[in-house]
Structure formats: C-alpha cells, structure tokens
Design a protein around this ligand. Sequence first.
Ligand SMILES: [Zn+2]
Length: 147
Amino acid sequence: MPLDPQCIFCRIVSGQAVAHKVYRDPLVTAFMDIHPVTKGHLLVVPNSHFPTLASLDPQYAAQMMAAARRLSGALRAAPLSVEGVNLHLADGVAAGQSVFHCHLHVIPRYAGDKFGFQRPIGAPDGDPMEIEQIASMLRPAVADGVA
Ligand SMILES: [Zn+2]
C-alpha cells in the first residue's frame, strides 16, 4: 500500500516530517509521541498507509508487535524507572483513533502515573448468556478471516 502525502505518519515514515525516531526496519517505524501520556510514550507505525486495523497487512501487524516488544525492553532498560508497559491501539473514531494510519502506542508505566485502562464506573458484570451469544456471532467471521 503506498504512502499518503496528506497523512502525518506517512510523512514521518518518508522523512518529510520530523520525528524523534528510535527504531526502523523494512516494515515498521517507531518514534516518540509528541503528546505523551507518560514519559517515554512511543508509537509504532507500519511503513505503508493502512488506515485501520482491518486493512493492516498481517505481516505488518506482526512486525508492529515485535517492535513493541523490543521497545518495551528498551524502555525498561533505560534510566527512566519504567515499572510496566501498556500497549494500546485505537481503531476507529469511537475508540479514540485520531490519525488514520494504524498505529500502536507503547506506553511506559510508573507507579502512581494515574493513567489506566479501566472498566467504566458502574459497568454491569457480564451476562454469561450474552457473552456466549456475542462469541457465537464472532466465530464465523474470525474463521473466514473477515475480522
Ligand atoms: Zn499514512
């Protein structure tokens, strides 16, 4: 998939836009997020323009995860006192995606940093019947490779 000259992440990948790059291989590039949620927040992007997770070539998806693994090791080894790492991928507006070039956040965690992935306050416990019903809905699409 070609690069999109209107896309900021494509411009970073091609070198037309400046970024604090920390890793690059034939499939992915990683750089510092300029709006960090915590100190050391990184983004991993494919070196081609895939707007959504569903559009992402599986080879690129695998390499994004491999790069995130390397980056999390580097974060823990750096003198930043990183105590944990979260990976986050926002796919779609409702999920909080704001740049439509699929990207994986690598977010270092520190005790008391107040960032977190939490169930909404008051969210009801899952209904086992409904959970199985949804799983049944998903299985055929997952088996077909649609999802
Ligand atoms: Zn792009």
